[in-house]
Design a protein. Sequence first.
Length: 289
Amino acid sequence: MPHSHPASSEATRPDRSELRADCSACFGLCCAALPFTASADFPVDKAAGQPCTHLGEDYGCGIHARLRAEGYRGCSVFDCFGAGQQVSRVTFHGRSWREDPGTARSMFAAFGVMRQVHELLWYLAEARELATSAPIDAELREVQAEAERLSRAGAAELETCDPGGLRERAKPLLRRASAFAREGAHARGGARGRARERDRIHAGEDLMGAKLRGADLRGADLRGAYLIAADLRGADLGRADVIGADFRDARLAGADLSDALFLTQAQANAAHGDAKTRLPAMLERPDHW
C-alpha cells in the first residue's frame, strides 16, 4: 500500500520509490480520466472521463499483456509517476469513482494535476541525488517541499490549482543541476573527435532518424531533442541530459543510459532496446524489449 509523502516543514531526502506507478493501488484513473484519439497509438477515440472499454471491474486492464498487439501503444508507453495511487488512496482516501460517482469529475481533475506534480518531484529528487548538486541543494529542497505540500493537498485545491508556476521555479534549478553534472562528464570525455560530435548537438535539436550508432554522447545536452527513430545503438549517454527528449521508436540496443540525467519510464517505454541496453536502477526494462 503506497503512503502519502511525509508531512513535514522540510522536504524529505530524495526518494523516488513512491513516484513509481502501482496500478494495483489505483482506481484505473489513466484508463478513465484521460482522452485518446484514433491514431498510431490508439485504435479508437475515447473522451476524457469515459472509462476505456477494456477497464475491468477490478480496475485492471483486460488486455494489458497484449496492449501493443491490440493497437494501444499509447497505453504501453504512459507512466503516471505514482499519481494514480496517490489520488486514489490518499487524496480520496480509498473512495472509488465507481462506488461514489459524485467524486469522478473531481478525482479525474486531481489526477491530471497530481501527475504533473509527481513528474516534477521525480526530477527534483533525481537532481538532489546528484553529488554535484550540493551548491543548489537548499534551493532544490525548497521547491521540493512546495511540490510535496501540493501532493498532499485536498481535492478542491488540486482541482483548481495550476502547477505551472512551480515548474517555472524548478526549471532554472534543474538546468543548473544538469550543467554541474554534465561538466564533470565533459572533463572525463573521450577522444577529441568524439567530443566534437557530442558538442555539435544542442538542446531541442531535431535528430529524427539521426545516425548516432556508437556515438559518445557523454555530457550532451539533449533536453527536448527529437530523437524519434534515431539510431542510438551502442551509444554512450552517460550524464547526457534527456529531460523532455522524444525517444519514440529510438533504437537503443546496447546503449548505455545507466546514468543519463532525468530519463523517465515513459521515455524508455517509447523506445526499442534489448537485453544489453543499460538503464538507471530506478527504471524497469520495458516488456516489449
